[in-house]
Design a protein around this ligand. Sequence first.
Ligand code: HEM
Length: 527
Amino acid sequence: MMGPAGVAWAALQLALLLLLPLALWHLVLRPRAVARSFARQGIRGPRYTFLAGSMPEAKRLVAAGRIGVPPLDAGCHDIIPLVLPQFHRWVAEYGKTFLFWIGPIPAILSLDLELIKQVLADRTGLFPKDFMIPVLKILFGNGVILINGDDWKRHRKVVLPAFNHDKLKSMTVVTSEVTDRMIQRWRNQIQQNGSHQTAEIDMNLAFCDLTEEIIGRVAFGTSQNHPEAREVVIAMREMQKLGTAATMDPPILWYLPTRRNLRVRHLDKLLKTKIMSIMQARVAARDAKCGYGDDLVGLLLEAWSPEQKGKGETLTTQEVIDEWKTFFAAGQETTATLLVWAMFLLSVHPQWQDKVREEVLQECGSGGDDGEVFNVEVLGKLKLLHMVLLETLRLYPPIEYIQRRAATDVVLKDISVPRGTVISIPIGMLHRDKDVWGPDADKFNPMRFQNGISRAAKDPKALLAFSLGPRACTGQSFSIMEAQVVMAMILSKFSFSLSPKYVHKPKYLLSLAPRSGMPLILRNIDR
Ligand code: HEM
């Protein structure tokens, strides 16, 4: 008779025996069959290595890009070899559409805009967003950015009103107030520097704090002084860092209890407790007339509240927490990144800095004076500033690439793509396609947007910084408004140039960042 240990051992052996053919299929035979099928269609790419796919080669190319490539001249905007060195190399070697491997999962990357539009514009659920490394899944939770199908529709319906035109008006006021305080701090710094009349500020740090406070106030109704909100922000920042580091790991590590994965789980628990405590305070402060308030959290709590059950769109407690994390992660760093690169571009193109400042001073009048706030109507008149922001989003898009997954076997343009293939959309590379944007695609030329976004390139949908189609960015109007207010207020008070300490070597992980900060020299302007 076999003892319990013997039974367990036999069961384990049987399970392994059954799993072996499955593993052989997924890890060896299928990758070979998929590679052959793509090769027959003329699509090639880096070779598949057992379990790790193309990740070791990608990691090697990224490391070579980090160490081996010298910094660029500040006036050079040809940053793709630095920020996406693996894709840059593979395009040069295998052409505009190629196959690579995320572990055993096939992925195609394409610079064919028609193919990309087919994927992004789809409304039938053929290309869901169900591919994400687990650490990032924890970062965003089941928030609107990651979920699909009916759940996505339900969440999107709840959160969309948080960013409508009326709300933007009040957000403009908050953005002006928070920016005004930052400007005062900068002025004090200049004053303290005495005769120099300048101050060196790292825009990367400054905008990180600024956008954090703005999103905290407009979306979550919290302030920097709120101790729990502060702890949420710190934990989110660490999660973002850990998530970023995990993107280059071989997939097998994503699922193991590594130190990083355990830390992420710990932070996630901490976040849950803190967010729930802030939620409870908000519920306790509910007022019979205004309900939970009309910011993002108010809308989420309305959908979560017991009174809502059976009446319309509802959210569970976990879903409210996940949306909270999603909107912070999606909305803070992206806008900070846009501001950092807009300031950089205006520093290296001083004639544009002067032109935009002139426009701001002319259109905003007293709007630029201390304590005054900008209103949405005035922002509509700042055409040159808007063009500069669009050109910044084209050359330095905060999100350099996004991904979808084929839910079923599908034909993309004329390429047969098997179910489960990841489709990588390299926004930053598509923005530099000379066939679409013209021969000056690598140059800073805001004038290309003078007749609007749809006339800036050969294809009206060529600007993909906020993506397009049903899953386009929910916060785009808000982030453009925020960037306009911040830039207009800075331009009306200071002139700025690059510090000699600045090193032009952008890097991309979860967003496009300068490698060692963005130090600028600020001077008060005399008016
Ligand atoms: C310059 C700033 C921003 C840029 C460049 C940007 C870019 C993007 C991109 C490219 C996507 C599509 C992601 C994908 O398909 O995988 C996206 C989605 C999204 N963004 Fe933004 N974003 C910005 C600011 C914001 C802000 C301020 C918020 C909110 C406060 C926000 C909230 C979202 C949400 C919720 C989604 C998911 C939409 C959906 O799937 O239905 N974003 N964003």
